[in-house]
Design a protein around this ligand. Structure first.
Ligand code: ADP
Ligand code: MG
Length: 462
């Protein structure tokens, strides 16, 4: 890699440098993956942005992304690399298709509100897969769930309904489920506080506050997610307060989520806090083992029926995963996906020990980390050319970084030892084993080594 290239890393490249022709790449996918896989999966991927060293690709759903990542990512990367050598990483962005956008645009053709609507459809559309049906009840979410349902039966009785709890515990899922339940007979608005601010600021800039107010105040069910986002943002709070009041005045139902109870919302005006707490406040607690196990089992069934695939996880493994994930259901599902993906790749029934290995470093595993990326980051870190690091030369200043890269490839990807060896200029798997042992030992004994490894890891996880 030459110096210019390194400098360009992570910088969005200029128009002239965009080199990829996505149609051409799609054609090559079709050839190499075969038309069946191509039409069910690859065809639906779009190119969102091209950077010098990585691509952002668009996919329709989270599940779609997980599936692609676990089965086809390496091959996709290899393929796009053949069109552009400097690429070493792929990221995915979930782009939901806008439903009925064209109709709305027609109705509002001359109305500026279209833009807000349009953007809301893209970013805040209700997700049909987060419904009451697949929200599993447990001790920790029992009350929140039952009041979410009650709100749907008796609009305006609990107003506002305020659902709070830590990250990844199901708040957005519940809000979304309420929205789905009510949308056929009500004018439902579902938005995150962050997105609300985005429209607010945009409308101020365009001097278009009238439309903004109209738009947000005409809903009969107003659902706003992650209200803690307004902390410390005075003018946003002001606007929210007015929106809130005018909605309440006309009897609209308001549902709010937050990561904490109203009184704990520091840097939020008192009058807003008391408004937020003025209806019903319910919280979601961290899940117990029983709920986690139920959720895992339900997820497995979902995957099996969606993909006509048998997923064979023993009770032991399920319990192990449930125990391993301490507090957060999002993380729990991430871990499960990881384990399932590993089982698929290696085509075997997993033991608890396998899972231990897979989850050794859960957080780094969940990120998409490729051997290529590790090699690039390590060679940059030690300031040596990648070609030297991969070469057969054995001098210590090259050999150590090479071993560190192999060690990290083993720890942070699901590649097997022989596969890793091949990617290091066709070395034998025993060389990789030796590298892993050496670096494991050194990072135990040597603080400097430990520090290096940790810094490289965090660069990889950035
Ligand atoms: P939050 O908004 O509180 O951070 P989310 O609603 O995004 O959390 O939930 C994180 C993930 O966990 C989502 O995929 C959601 O569907 C799932 N989840 C949370 N609670 C449950 C539950 N009780 N049953 C099924 N899935 C759940
Ligand atoms: Mg959320």
């Amino acid at each position: 890699m030459d110096k210019n290239n390194i400098k360009k890393n992570n910088v969005y490249i200029s128009e002239e440098e965009k080199t990829l022709n996505w149609n051409e790449i799609q054609d090559s996918f079709k050839k190499s993956f075969g038309s069946e896989i191509y039409t069910s999966w690859l065809q639906k991927i779009s190119l969102v942005k091209e950077y010098n060293d990585y691509l952002i690709l668009g996919v329709p759903t989270r599940f779609f992304r997980d599936w692609i990542v676990s089965r086809y990512l390496d091959k996709i990367l290899e393929q796009v690399k053949s069109f552009k050598l400097s690429l070493n990483r792929i990221e995915f962005k979930i782009i939901e298709e806008a439903k009925n956008t064209s109709d709305l645009i027609k109705i509002d053709e001359y109305n500026k509100v279209t833009e807000i609507k349009d953007s809301l459809l893209n970013y805040n559309r209700l997700n049909s897969s987060l419904n009451f049906e697949n929200f599993i009840q447990g001790k920790s979410n029992d009350i929140a769930l039952s009041y979410s349902k009650k709100v749907c039966e008796h609009l305006s009785r609990y107003n506002p309904l305020y659902i709070c709890g830590g990250v990844g515990l199901g708040k957005t899922h519940l809000l979304n489920a309420i929205g789905l339940e009510l949308q056929s007979e009500n004018n439902v608005m579902f938005i995150s506080a962050e997105r609300f601010m985005y429209h607010f600021i945009k409308s101020i800039k365009k001097n278009d506050m009238v439309n903004f107010k109209d738009f947000f105040r005409k809903s009969s069910v107003f659902i706003i997610d992650d209200i803690q986002f307004i902390r410390g943002k005075e003018s946003l709070q002001e606007e929210f307060f007015h929106t809130f009041n005018s909605l309440m005045d006309k009897g609209s139902q308001i549902i709010i989520s937050a990561d904490r109870i109203p009184v704990k919302l520091d840097r939020v005006q008192e009058r807003i806090k008391s408004r937020l707490a003025g209806g019903l406040v319910v919280d979601i607690d961290t899940p117990d083992l029983e709920l986690k196990v139920k959720i895992i089992k339900k997820k497995i069934l979902e995957i099996e029926s969606q993909f006509k695939e048998n997923i064979n996880l023993s009770e032991d493994v399920i319990n192990y995963i449930a125990n391993e994930s301490k507090t957060n259901i999002r993380e729990l599902i991430g871990i499960l996906n990881r384990v399932i993906a590993f089982g698929r790749v290696h085509n075997k029934i997993l033991t608890v020990n396998d899972c231990k290995n897979i989850l050794k470093d859960v957080f780094s595993q969940i990120k998409i980390i490729t051997v290529d990326k590790i090699q690039n980051v390590v060679s940059n870190y030690f300031n040596i050319p990648l070609s030297d690091m991969l070469s057969q030369r054995r001098s210590r200043p090259l050999a150590r970084p090479r071993q560190i890269a192999m060690f990290l490839a083993k720890k942070m990807t699901t590649r097997s030892l022989p596969e890793i060896g091949r990617r290091f200029a066709n070395r034998d798997h025993t060389t990789v084993i030796h590298a892993v042992k050496t670096i494991t030992r050194l990072s135990d004994q040597d603080d400097e080594m430990k520090k290096n490894i940790n810094q490289i890891k965090s660069l990889l996880l950035e």
